[in-house]
Design a protein around this ligand. Structure first.
Ligand SMILES: [Zn+2]
Length: 397
């Protein structure tokens, strides 16, 4: 028989738990009395602060943070506090290991058992609206829900993933993702955004296996979009961006052809380049993944009559875009959908996507181009603002 030491540890813990203490936890000595957090105390400045790890309620979970991605939202908040959250512990693309949980915690939000040592991610914190707590695509989106890492500071302080520990309160969504490696787990949140976008695109009835699809914008969002389309079996993908490095990456994620908009002067020439990349055809479907109003206005030109568009680039207000409704939508009969964040169900789909992407050899983990320890979080955010890499992550030892 081949029992690994980690298995033995798990068995011992389970036996100890069954003897019936109120709280389940890893060996108490392994949990320190305090946790560091990266507190954004003013614009462009995180302070590493230390707070006591509080007692757990019966439904609470204490997670030792392993890593957390830096999101564009974090960068906006870091730069000028547009969400008026300061002081705040940011970090919502995090993952870590359960080290302690209240006696009533048994299962995750998908019904999978939870135990000490399991790796988890959180999704959103329920309020009282049942429509956003459903695993149902037809229910409303999560616009009204809270997430860890974007919560106002409170007396517990362990509210975001840019920290050593995070306190997951009862009633939050939590998923057991022990079967995914750390890099994949750090990418779950942004991938869920794209799973949702593709689900929205599918509601048009236009997106098919043999569709010609253009993806405009090759930041992490556009690149993940390409990886998802490829993983679904869509072969004919053209990526559009202004950075050669990002376009190379788009090929790695499964784009068949790329178009650098800087090589083409004016929208007519750019449209011709996109058409050439598809062998003389316009796109059946387009994903708009930039926050640029001009890019939004341009993308209609790349789409054939009767085609479809999913707009998902404007997670913040980037201003008005000018289109011509006669040429761009009406006479072409373009079907347009918007996409916003994700649902719980998209989260579950994302876990499977990450495994399938690896299965077909897409190097998804390469999206994480920079890793910083927690005490270099200011440098991490500055690197993000300089747009030097793709996904920047904070990774704890
Ligand atoms: Zn995010």
């Amino acid at each position: 028989m081949d029992i690994k030491s980690t298995d033995i540890e798990k068995i011992v813990r389970q036996v100890l738990e069954s003897i019936g203490s109120d709280e389940k936890s890893a060996s108490p000595a392994a949990i320190p009395a305090t946790s560091r957090v990266a507190m954004l105390t003013k614009a462009e400045h995180f302070d590493i602060q230390e707070y006591p790890i509080p007692e757990l309620g019966d439904d609470d979970i204490l997670v030792k943070v392993e890593g957390c991605g830096v999101c564009g939202t974090d960068a906006h908040e870091f730069k000028r506090d547009p969400f008026s959250l300061i002081p705040v512990v940011l970090g919502h693309e995090g993952t870590g290991e359960i080290v302690k949980m209240g006696k009533d915690v048994k299962k995750d939000s998908a019904g999978k058992p939870l135990a000490i040592g399991d790796k988890v991610v959180t999704c959103m914190i329920f309020k009282d609206n049942p429509d956003i707590t459903m695993f149902d695509l037809n229910k409303q989106n999560v616009g009204g829900a809270d997430v860890y890492g974007l919560l106002p500071d409170d007396d517990k302080h362990l509210n975001g993933w840019f920290a050593d520990y995070i306190l997951i309160r009862g009633g939050s969504t939590v998923f057991n993702v022990s079967d995914l490696d750390l890099d994949s787990r750090i990418l779950i949140e942004p991938c869920a955004v794209l799973i949702h976008a593709v689900e929205r695109a599918k509601t048009t009835g236009i997106l098919r296996f043999n569709s010609r699809v253009v993806v405009q914008g090759c930041g992490p969002i556009g690149l993940i979009c390409i990886a998802i389309l490829r993983t679904m079996g869509i072969e004919n993908i053209v990526a559009v961006d202004g950075e050669a490095k990002r376009l190379d990456f788009a090929k790695l994620m499964g784009a068949t052809e790329t178009v650098n908009f800087k090589d083409h002067k004016g929208i007519e020439a750019l449209t011709e380049a996109v058409k050439d990349a598809f062998g003389g055809y316009l796109a059946d479907f387009a994903f708009q993944c930039t926050g640029s109003p001009v890019a939004h206005a341009n993308i209609y030109k790349f789409i054939r009559n009767g085609g479809g568009l999913c707009e998902l680039g404007f997670f913040i207000n980037g201003g008005d875009a000018t289109i011509n409704p006669h040429f761009d939508i009406c006479s072409k009969e373009i079907t347009t959908v918007g996409s916003w964040v994700y649902t719980l169900r998209d989260y579950a789909t994302t876990f499977d996507f990450l495994k399938r992407a690896k299965g077909i050899g897409l190097p998804i983990e390469k999206l994480i181009t920079h890793k910083f320890p927690l005490d270099q979080i200011n440098e991490a955010l500055v690197t993000n603002l300089k747009m030097e890499g793709l996904k920047i992550a904070i990774v704890n030892e």
